[in-house]
Ligand binder design. Structure first.
Ligand SMILES: [Zn+2]
Length: 78
């Protein structure tokens, strides 16, 4: 039997490894936005520069726009 949840969680930790304090239930509630694009539901603002950000960035990029997130976490594949 193939357990799809395990693959999913590995993906989660790769993208959101800075959120290690999140519990399993928190992750489940955020799976919806995890699979969304970075420009979907631009209903939020970066907490650093106030630029419009997506629901995905809000949940998975520490409420930062891509630029501020990369500056903070030094992501290479920007
Ligand atoms: Zn920003």
């Amino acid at each position: 039997m193939k357990n799809k949840n395990i693959d999913l969680e590995q993906d989660l930790w790769e993208e959101g490894s800075f959120m290690e304090t999140l519990g399993t239930e928190d992750i489940k509630t955020k799976l919806r936005t995890f699979h969304m694009k970075h420009d979907e539901e631009m209903n939020y603002n970066c907490k650093k520069c106030n630029r419009k950000i997506s629901a995905h960035n809000k949940d998975w990029h520490a409420e930062l726009c891509d630029q501020c997130f990369n500056e903070k976490f030094h992501v290479d594949d920007a």
